[in-house]
Design a protein around this ligand. Structure first.
Ligand code: HEC
Length: 87
């Protein structure tokens, strides 16, 4: 029972982080993530996760996230590359 409650907390916490990407990455506080292809975001998040580069802010965020979550947000917020768009 205790274990279940803990995992519920963990899930809601990481969900809050997803939402928070755009609070900073809106082109005002930090770069707009939709400028980057998902592969770039994943690569950078891996570097942050390893603590090799970046600000403490991004290192802390990346280390709280699983690779699954990183891939998810990269596609959610990254540049949409799957659909061909011509104008
Ligand atoms: C509290 C504000 C904040 C939040 C929330 C935040 N970031 Fe960042 N992020 C920054 C800042 C500031 C930088 C620039 C400094 C650096 O590179 O560490 C940055 C840099 C980055 C970069 C590198 C951009 C480049 O120019 O190469 C990526 C990719 C990134 N963040 C992804 C994310 C993702 C994905 C999330 C959500 C899971 C997220 N960030 C949430 C503030 C934030």
């Amino acid at each position: 029972m205790k274990k279940l409650a803990l995992s519920v907390v963990a899930v809601s916490f990481s969900f809050a982080i997803y939402q928070d990407c755009m609070q900073c990455h809106n082109g005002i506080v930090a770069v707009d993530l939709s400028n980057f292809p998902p592969s770039y975001i994943i690569k950078k998040m891996k570097e942050f996760k390893a603590g090799r580069a970046g600000s403490l802010t991004m290192i802390n965020i990346a280390q709280e996230m699983s690779m699954k979550e990183i891939i998810y947000v990269a596609h959610k917020y990254g540049k949409k590359v799957s659909k061909k768009k011509k104008k």
